[in-house]
Design a binder for this molecule. Structure first.
Ligand code: AMP
Length: 285
């Protein structure tokens, strides 16, 4: 079995990375909150190709959850994750505890001005501040040359790309396509919350995106018409509550009315108590 190192301390992680950099190795990094699935593993396989030394972090970040969200109940299974990562030939798991990253008196946050004011940022007002802060900390601790993120969390990826540019991180940010279940549901650690019935209703997200893709390809340019059709489709499934369905500019995430170039369609829907997100680029060509 591949020799994998589990590091808990930030200073030890920094030392490891400095040693690798000193040896001329490329450090690749995949941050996760654990409970790994094939979506995570696709990023990790890409990281294995891109880096000489591959670091995966497992950390359920408390600062991106609001008090009424699922921080406590978020699924965790370190032993299973460890085995999966060993199999993928990962070199280091960085798995700090909460106190290691947020010591008493912690008060410094990273906030973006515009990108969080759309999509998920509207109903989750502290979420992206938590994400930008923890990713900044992880970048400073892991010191990677390359970091890989999923396009499933499109807004998160856009925010991290912007932040890396704005703060001169000198880290190559790689975005990787969404991995789906055979029927199309985007893989997510939170899918484990779904009952068999909810699992069927959860497919409405992907179905609405596909329907929208077809409508756009058939020549419909009015974003409202596409969004209305997506609402109707999702509402026809039981136990679904729509947070938002948006058609927006893929760079700025600002809403668009007319689909005259490639646009991002993104949505967040709760199925029962489980909040799911998905997105797709719609191309009128
Ligand atoms: P998480 O553990 O949910 O914080 O996700 C860690 C990383 O895996 C993020 O960059 C996510 O965008 C990515 N990811 C999550 N689900 C998928 C998926 N189904 N396909 C591709 N990447 C994913």
């Amino acid at each position: 079995m591949h020799d994998i190192k589990v590091i808990i301390r930030a200073t030890e992680m920094q030392k490891h990375s400095d040693r690798m950099r000193g040896l001329g190795k490329t450090v690749a990094f995949v941050p996760t909150m654990g409970f790994l699935h094939k979506g995570h593993l696709s990023l990790i396989k890409e990281g294995r190709k891109l880096g000489d030394d591959l670091v995966v972090s497992i950390f359920v970040n408390p600062t991106q959850f609001s008090p009424e969200e699922d921080f406590e109940s978020y699924p965790r299974n370190f032993d299973k994750d460890l085995k999966l990562l060993q199999k993928e030939g990962v070199d280091v798991i960085f798995s700090p505890n909460e106190d290691e990253l947020y010591q008493d008196g912690f008060q410094t946050y990273v906030e973006l001005k515009n990108l969080p004011n759309h999509l998920c940022g509207i109903s989750r007002p502290i979420f992206f501040r938590g994400v930008a802060t923890v990713v900044t900390k992880l970048f400073n601790i892991v010191r990677p040359h390359i970091a890989i993120f999923g396009q499933k969390d499109y807004q998160q990826l856009a925010i991290i790309r912007r932040m890396a540019r704005d703060l001169n991180f000198n880290i190559k940010i790689v975005g990787f396509p969404t991995v789906r279940e055979p029927d199309g549901l985007a893989m997510s650690s939170r899918n484990s919350y779904l009952t068999p019935e909810q699992r069927i209703n959860a497919l409405s997200l992907y179905k609405s995106l596909n329907q929208s893709k077809k409508l756009v390809e058939s020549g419909i340019k009015d974003a409202k018409r596409i969004i209305d059709a997506a609402y109707a489709l999702i509402k026809s499934y039981q136990d679904t509550a729509i947070d938002y369905i948006a058609i927006c500019d893929p760079e700025t995430l600002a809403d668009m009315e007319t689909i005259d170039r490639p646009v991002l369609m993104a949505l967040a829907v709760s199925v029962g108590k489980t909040r799911l997100i998905d997105n797709m680029i719609l191309n009128p060509e």
